[in-house]
Each structure stands twice: as structure tokens, then as C-alpha cells.
Design a protein around this ligand. Structure first.
Ligand SMILES: [Cu+2]
Length: 544
């Protein structure tokens, strides 16, 4: 028997239909009104209740100048308390949108005014920082493009498309339910079965033959990693989380983890139709289409597409990197899971066998770990249904195959188990291997001007090893130094790094902004299950 779960409203009737996101160009000192509220959203042949900023999913795309500052007046007519977090921006700590740390939550019916600063060019985004597993999934996210002061910062492009990539879990034409009190899918995060590009399951875009089209891509999914490609066109990586890359390179596809960004230029050579696609191992998912008109343009940008530029500020960083590569880490952070068995059985329930949720063929009469993926074996009985324990048939996805290639869980391979895991039974943790402190107790203290080498270790001895996109709030920004000891070949300033299963990633954190800041996994369900902590940055060197 499943106990009654208090859910959020799901009825879209009477609600205004969600509009397309507006592009708002804002000058320094401008005030933006951002209202959070429910919308009716058409997805194919069904209409669902979602949440929007200013009535659209995603919210408005904001375009601002580097070095400017805007005022954002947020009113909350959503379903629960909220805040707005300005993802990737090195702004004033009190406007970072972390509930109970930088501000009180904005109650339903309440409001809050942010001052948002844009010191760095690039692609950023905004989203809530309370129950993102629900509110962000339901549509509360929007992009922010910071136009560089230097007009030659980016190579020329003929057309710019700012796009979010996401997925949503629909069951029988409705969004799979959320509990008001507890986050489910806590083990792997909530994977969706419908892809959304800028809120649309079948987004159609337009371009002209001969153009260079710049795609500004943000992964707003709860847990899914995307491997993005444009079939039939050449693609050049020009930027990442926070600005341009050290050296532009031609790429087949680009891996973008939750909350990461990629900026790619696409050379559109022929008229016809192009597709933005997701390429997980062994599969191609079509995400959006681009109709390419035949009236060819003579584009100077196309002539420049062949040139692979370098970024002088990152070449300068590269010069000083050897010392940091050789240095011992200042902090070592382990990423681990502690899983209670969701099928914990009453005493005397009969013979118990243990099986891997990812590899049902792996069984044992003793508790232990799966020799194939390292996951904790969970209890199974022959009368599994009666005890609420795992059901062998329900365990695997089967058709999709194992999703764990390359240290990335591309797909939920243990749907029934994952659904049942909650914040009560799943404990994602950061363990400070330097001091021995557990997540909430980690007490890092830095000062403005510090450079800190952090080592992130995704430990295989965890109960459920999987990938984690590690995010640092605006205390600074970082460079990836090395992954599994291999020096990062192409630098870019980042705020989120994907740490694959079993991987060790070294980053160099450039600390610039004082305050109390968060570090967390950007899989919404993992953060909700404890994979977060906050650290202090003192204004004056030596005061920490
Ligand atoms: Cu995680």
C-alpha cells in the first residue's frame, strides 16, 4: 500500500497559456519586474500546469552589458516559498538567492528586490533555490546573456539563438507527481521522457544558407547530461560557462551537464533542414529543427569560421598553470552516497537475496556491492510485491541498455527503485577528506584574492557511484586543471564541472567575492538529499 502523498496542484484549467520567452535588452540601472506564477502549457497533444517567470517557459531572456547592474523586482505567485539564484554571476552575496543564508525565502504573495551585477561576459541563467527538483522542473528558469565590453571578444556570427535543453517526465499526459514534503527520485535524479528545447517539445527555428549561427546552450535538466550535436553541419566550440574558451576548436558534439553552458558556432552550408540532436551512447534523440532558407547570404562570418582563435587572457593563465598542476590540493572533497535499502524488510520475511538495481543478473545471498558498477546490492524477495521490495522485472530499463558509459548515467536504468528513493532514504554527501568533516559541517574559510586548488573525488566505494555536476556559487570562478591526472586541454572559466563516476577532478578556484557561499551538486535531487555545504570568504586577506 502506498501512503497518501500531498502533491502540488496539477489542473491547468483557467490558467493563461504560456507564451514564448521575451528577449529583454536592459540598460544599466533598469528595473525588471519578474513575476512567478502558474501557466497552462501545451506539450504536444496534452496541456499541463507549469510555472513561469512572466508567464513563459523559459522565463524572459535578459541581454545586458558587461559591467552593468540591473534591479529585479520579484513577486511570488507560485506554489511555495522561493528565491532567485543568478547562476554563474559573481555578484554581491546578499543577492545570491540562497534561502536562510543570503535572504529570507520569498513567501507566496511576497516579493524581493535584487541588484544583479555582470562583471563577466558570457551566458548565465536564473532559477529558484528552494525545491528546484519541483520548481525548476516545472519551468522556472531563464537565460541571461552578458555582452562583452570588447567588441572583438567573440568571432562574428550572423544569427544568435539562446536555447535551454531540458527533459520532463510525463505519465499518461500528466507531469509525474511531486510530493510537497519530500523529494523523490533521490538516487539518480528525475529523468524525463519528453525533451524540451526552450520549453518546446518540437521547437522549429529558422536560418539562411551561408550563415554562421551561434547557439547559446544551457542544460536546465534536473539530472540528465546532454551530448549535443548538429547533424550535417560543422560546429565550432567558442565558449563555456563563463565566457570564451582558450582555443576555439571544431567539435562533433559537446557534453553539457546540468547547469553547464556551451557556446557553439554552426556553419550552415546548405538549404534544407538541420537538427539539434542529443547523442547518448548508441542512440540519437532529435531535440529541435532548423529550417534553412535557400536565399544564400554572403557572410563575412562564414569566411572567419575556419579561423581558430585563441583567448589571450586564458593563454596567460596557461603560463602559470604548471605550478598549480604540481601543487598538492588545498582541499580534498569526496562525493559519496549512503543509501538506506528502500526494500528494508520486516524481520522474518523469509529468505533474502541481494541484487544490483542496475544489473539485475548480479545477485548474492549476502549484502555487498555490484562487481560491475560498484553500487550497493539491495534486498529482493520472491514475493517482492507484498513487501514493497524491488521487483526483478521492474528494475531494469532493458531496451535502453546500461546507461553508465563513460562515467555518465545517460538514462535512468533503475526506474522503479529510483522513484522510491527519497531524501529520507538517500543521503548524498560531500566528505572533506582534508579535515574529516561531513557536508553540513564543512568549514572552509577563504579570503578575497586567494587561489585555491580543490580536488573533487567521485569515490567508487560509495553506495551508488554516479556523475555529479559540482557547482560553486559566485565567490569566484574556476579553471579545470586536470581530470584523472590529464591536464585540461582547453581552458574556460567555469562555475560547474561534471565529475564522472570514479573520476578525480582538480580545479583552481579564483576567489574574488566576500560572503557566505554555497557549493553543491547541481542534480536537484542530490542537493536536496544533502550534497551541499556553505563556505566563508572574508573581505580582507588575513582576516579568515
Ligand atoms: Cu550529484
Amino acid at each position: 500500500m502506498r501512503e497518501h502523498i500531498e502533491t502540488f496542484p496539477t489542473d491547468p484549467s483557467g490558467l493563461a497559456e504560456a507564451g514564448r520567452p521575451q528577449l529583454l535588452e536592459l540598460a544599466s540601472g533598469d528595473t525588471l519586474k519578474l513575476n512567478i506564477g502558474p501557466v497552462a502549457k501545451r506539450l504536444g497533444d496534452t496541456t499541463v500546469r507549469m510555472l513561469g517567470y512572466n508567464g513563459s517557459v523559459p522565463g524572459p531572456t535578459l541581454k545586458v552589458a558587461q559591467g552593468s547592474e540591473i534591479i529585479v523586482h520579484v513577486t511570488n505567485q507560485g506554489d511555495l516559498d522561493t528565491t532567485v539564484h543568478w547562476h554563474g554571476l559573481r555578484l554581491e552575496n546578499r543577492y545570491d538567492g540562497v534561502p536562510h543564508e543570503t535572504q529570507a525565502p520569498i513567501p507566496v504573495g511576497g516579493s524581493f528586490t535584487y541588484r544583479v551585477q555582470f562583471p563577466d561576459a558570457g551566458l548565465y541563467w536564473y532559477h529558484p533555490h528552494i525545491r528546484e527538483d519541483y520548481t525548476q522542473e516545472l519551468g522556472l528558469y531563464g537565460n541571461l546573456v552578458v555582452v562583452p565590453s570588447d567588441p572583438d571578444y567573440w568571432p562574428p556570427a550572423d544569427r544568435e539563438l539562446v536555447l535551454t535543453v531540458d527533459d520532463l517526465l510525463l505519465e499518461g499526459g500528466r507531469i509525474a507527481p511531486f510530493s510537497r514534503t519530500e523529494t523523490s527520485y533521490a538516487a539518480m535524479g528525475r529523468f524525463g521522457n519528453v525533451f524540451l528545447v526552450s520549453g518546446e517539445p518540437e521547437l522549429r527555428l529558422a536560418a539562411r544558407a551561408g550563415e554562421v549561427v551561434r547557439l547559446w546552450l544551457t542544460n536546465t535538466a534536473n539530472t540528465r547530461v546532454f551530448n549535443l550535436a548538429v547533424a550535417g553541419a560543422r560546429m565550432k566550440l567558442v565558449g563555456g560557462d563563463s565566457g570564451r574558451v582558450e582555443r576555439q576548436e571544431l567539435v562533433e558534439s559537446v557534453v553539457v551537464a546540468p547547469s553547464e553552458r556551451a557556446v557553439v558556432d554552426v556553419l550552415v552550408e546548405r538549404p534544407g533542414e538541420l537538427h539539434l540532436e542529443h547523442h547518448p551512447p548508441g542512440r540519437v534523440d532529435r531535440l529541435a529543427s532548423v529550417a534553412v532558407a535557400a536565399d544564400r547570404v554572403a557572410s563575412p562570418a562564414a569566411a572567419e569560421f575556419q579561423v581558430l582563435r585563441r583567448a589571450p587572457e586564458l593563454a596567460a593563465e596557461r603560463e602559470g598553470l604548471d605550478r598549480w598542476l604540481a601543487a598538492a590540493p588545498d582541499k580534498v572533497l569526496a562525493l559519496v552516497a549512503q543509501l538506506d535499502d528502500p526494500a528494508a524488510l520486516p524481520a522474518g520475511a523469509g529468505p533474502v537475496t541481494y541484487a544490483c538495481p542496475m544489473h539485475p543478473e548480479v545477485t548474492s545471498d549476502q549484502p555487498g556491492r555490484c562487481p560491475r558498477c560498484g553500487m550497493k546490492l539491495l534486498a529482493v524477495t520472491s514475493d517482492a510485491h507484498d513487501h514493497g521490495a524491488m521487483d526483478h522485472e521492474a528494475m531494469g530499463h532493458g531496451a535502453m541498455g546500461h546507461g553508465g558509459a563513460d562515467g555518465i548515467e545517460w538514462e535512468d536504468d533503475m526506474v522503479e527503485v529510483n522513484r522510491q528513493t527519497t531524501t529520507a532514504t538517500t543521503h548524498w554527501r560531500f566528505l572533506d577528506r582534508t579535515s574529516g568533516a561531513d557536508s553540513p559541517a564543512i568549514d572552509w574559510r577563504f579570503s578575497v584574492g586567494d587561489r585555491v586548488k580543490l580536488r573533487l573525488v567521485n569515490e567508487m566505494s560509495s553506495d551508488h557511484p554516479m556523475h555529479h555536476p559540482f557547482h560553486l556559487h559566485g565567490a569566484g570562478r574556476f579553471l579545470v586543471l586536470a581530470r584523472d591526472g590529464v591536464t585540461e586541454p582547453n581552458l574556460v572559466w567555469k562555475d560547474t564541472v561534471l565529475v564522472r563516476t570514479g573520476q578525480v577532478v582538480d580545479i583552481l578556484f579564483d576567489v574574488s567575492n566576500p560572503g557566505l557561499w554555497m557549493a553543491h551538486c547541481h542534480i536537484a535531487e542530490h542537493m536536496q538529499s544533502g550534497m551541499m555545504f556553505s563556505f566563508n570568504v572574508a573581505r580582507d586577506p588575513g582576516a579568515a
